[in-house]
Design a protein around this ligand. Structure first.
Ligand SMILES: [Zn+2]
Ligand SMILES: [Zn+2]
Ligand SMILES: [Zn+2]
Length: 135
C-alpha cells in the first residue's frame, strides 16, 4: 500500500499511513463533537447543521413549512425540503461521491485488527478538507 492520508483541515498538513493514525490525530486536533449526542462531525459548519437538524425542537416544525435543509457547502446557499434532495444536489452540483455520508458511523478498523476506532467511508471525501494522496 502506498496511499497516504493527508489532513488538510485549516493549515494542518500532516500525513498518515493509516486511517487509525489519522483518526486519533483528528480527534485530538480537529474534533467537532456534538454536546448533545457525542457525534463527531468533520467541520464546525457541519456540527452547526447537525445540531440544528437533530437537536433543535423547532426544526421539524419549520421544515414542514419551508425548505430548511442547508447545503453542506459553505459557499452555497441552497435550501432543501429533505436530506435526500440535499444529497442529490451535493452529488450532482458539488460532485460529492454517491457513498457520501453527512455523519460518521462507527466500524472496526481494518488496518489494526482487534482495535476499534471511528472510521467512516464518506468522511474522507469532503472536497478541499481531507483527501487521499498517492506518495
Ligand atoms: Zn490535522
Ligand atoms: Zn448531536
Ligand atoms: Zn450546494
Amino acid at each position: 500500500r502506498s496511499a497516504m492520508i493527508a489532513c488538510q483541515i485549516g493549515q494542518c498538513a500532516k500525513t498518515f499511513h493509516d486511517i487509525c493514525s489519522y483518526e486519533s490525530h483528528y480527534h485530538s486536533a480537529h474534533s467537532n463533537r456534538c454536546a448533545s449526542c457525542s457525534k463527531v462531525l468533520p467541520t464546525s459548519r457541519l456540527l452547526e447543521i447537525h445540531v440544528l437538524e437533530n437537536h433543535d425542537s423547532m426544526f421539524p416544525l419549520l421544515a414542514e413549512k419551508q425548505n430548511m435543509y442547508q447545503c453542506l457547502v459553505a459557499t452555497c446557499s441552497h435550501l432543501f425540503p429533505n436530506p435526500e434532495n440535499r444529497k442529490e444536489h451535493l452529488i450532482k452540483v458539488h460532485r460529492y461521491p454517491a457513498s457520501f455520508r453527512f455523519e460518521r458511523s462507527r466500524k472496526k478498523c481494518a488496518n489494526l485488527p482487534g482495535k476499534t476506532c471511528n472510521v467512516s467511508t464518506g468522511f474522507f471525501f469532503f472536497p478541499g478538507e481531507v483527501k487521499r494522496i498517492k506518495v
